[in-house]
Design a protein around this ligand. Structure first.
Ligand SMILES: [Zn+2]
Length: 462
């Protein structure tokens, strides 16, 4: 089957140019202005941008948290991803205490295989570390998982500094990367305990017990440990100006640090936690949403090229019945926000359309950088001959309003309710097949597992 996408403007991290794009059997086989192919099916993309399929490298689908499980599973979450223009996700397989990494990977395949709408892969979150687990790293990398995660927060997940050091050294040997949730878990737990003792139970105390300095301290510590180990690391969901300066400081002393952030830290601010009638719970995620001051620091860093990737940390819980578990105790509110569907439109609206970043930077942070860092480039992350034909036909002139009522993601609210968006995915091609059009998903269960290879630590080459 041949498909010719005509008259679109191809966007790469370095330039935008008008061209026709030929797709055969799911792969891009020619890119040429004026190209005509007699027997090809035609898609006219006049007036539209052609972006490489967006990649969300931070999702939590079908994940258990305390007494509950995320509202989105792989079926609904990946459908929502496609609707917004995201053609690949990387979710987190998470080891249970006392269990093996191999078993965690099997379990996540079981949750995702056969029902995912977009392509998918897994990072491996390491909770338990001993010589046997250390021996599994090569096996897991051979299975296509070359990125790992450690937690510096959450009492049931976090590992010690010496364990982090050992994990970094081992993962470095397989050219993999370790990402970290950076908040000082000890301090956060103490602050929560102190608040609850004073009967401070409302959602706003979630933010107050996870201050930006607790993030900055953990980023500083993690990056010093990384520098001791001599391996590159990824700071996931960086949220604050204080955290940002810790990460930039690490770079300045020579550490190879990659930075991920998420739309909620650019667009929402901490005044939301004071919404009446428990609506503040809708914004409870960790790290929490920050001040307006942090927001503008993040925008400046994104514009300067200091932030490498934008993902979502999509981890959806219904407001009714799930977030409500913490009605009398903010520390029991399941942490996480939905975002998988709207990330491209949000970052385009507040970034590109608002003139803060270029469309080329947008393509870099939502697709190419992510593909490179996580070992899926050039199969994913670019519009180039030989790559998978994951292409988003983006209409910069389309306008819309985000509402929970119209969303594909399976959750009963949106933290972005009522916000106006500029630009959207008109058509989404997954390996050459029209998978979504104007927010409607046309292709289900077609997602394939992405077997990833070693990471491309691209700061070294730039
Ligand atoms: Zn997360």
């Amino acid at each position: 089957m041949k498909l010719l996408i005509k008259n679109g403007t191809v966007v790469t991290p370095s330039l935008s140019y008008q061209s026709n794009v030929l797709i055969e059997n799911g792969i891009i086989t020619a890119i040429q202005p004026g190209l005509d192919i007699a027997d090809a099916e035609i898609y006219d993309a006049l007036g539209c941008r052609l972006f490489p399929g967006f990649i969300d490298a931070h999702t939590h689908l079908d994940m258990k948290m305390g007494p509950t499980v995320t509202a989105d599973d792989f079926r609904t979450g990946t459908k929502a991803a496609l609707a917004g223009g995201t053609t690949s996700i990387i979710d987190f397989a998470t080891q249970d205490k006392g269990d093996t990494l191999t078993h965690a990977l099997e379990e996540w395949h079981h949750r995702a295989d056969g029902i995912s709408a977009c392509d998918y892969s897994f990072h491996m979150a390491i909770i338990d570390w001993n010589p046997e687990i250390c021996n599994e790293i090569q096996k897991v990398a051979d299975a296509g998982v070359t990125s790992f995660k450690v937690y510096l927060a959450y009492d049931n997940l976090r590992v010690s500094d010496s364990t982090i050091y050992e994990i970094l050294c081992r993962v470095g040997q397989v050219q993999g990367i370790v990402g970290a949730h950076c908040e000082n878990g000890d301090i956060v737990s103490k602050l929560i305990e102190m608040c609850l003792r004073q009967n401070k139970t409302e959602p706003c105390y979630h933010a107050q017990t996870r201050p930006d300095l607790a993030e900055a301290e953990a980023i500083s510590r993690f990056t010093y440990i990384a520098q001791l180990a001599g391996v590159p690391v990824n700071i996931v969901h960086l949220s604050s100006a204080a955290g940002l300066s810790a990460a930039i400081g690490a770079r300045q002393r020579g550490a190879d640090i990659y930075i991920e952030s998420c739309p909620q830290y650019f667009i929402l601010d901490d005044s939301s936690y004071y919404s009446p009638d428990f609506a503040g719970a809708k914004f409870v995620c960790s790290p929490p949403i920050r001040s307006k001051h942090s927001q503008s620091a993040l925008w400046n860093a994104l514009a300067a090229g200091s932030i490498d990737t934008i993902s979502t940390d999509h981890c959806s819980f219904n407001w009714k019945g799930q977030k409500e578990l913490g009605r009398n105790d903010f520390s029991k509110i399941p942490n996480g926000l939905p975002g998988i569907e709207h990330r491209p439109a949000l970052m385009y609206t507040w970034g590109v359309a608002a003139g803060r970043i270029s469309e080329n930077q947008f393509a870099a942070c939502l697709s190419e950088n992510t593909a490179r860092l996580f070992g899926m480039f050039p199969q994913k992350g670019q519009i180039a001959v030989g790559s998978d034909a994951d292409i988003v036909v983006w209409d910069p002139s389309s306008q819309g309003i985000i509402t929970a009522q119209n969303q594909v993601q399976n959750v009963d609210y949106s933290p972005y309710e009522g916000l106006k968006i500029q630009g959207g995915a008109k058509a989404v091609f997954l390996r050459g097949e029209l998978a979504a059009e104007n927010g409607k998903v046309l292709l289900e269960n077609a997602g394939k597992y992405i077997h990833r290879h070693s990471c491309d630590f691209f700061h070294k080459n730039s």
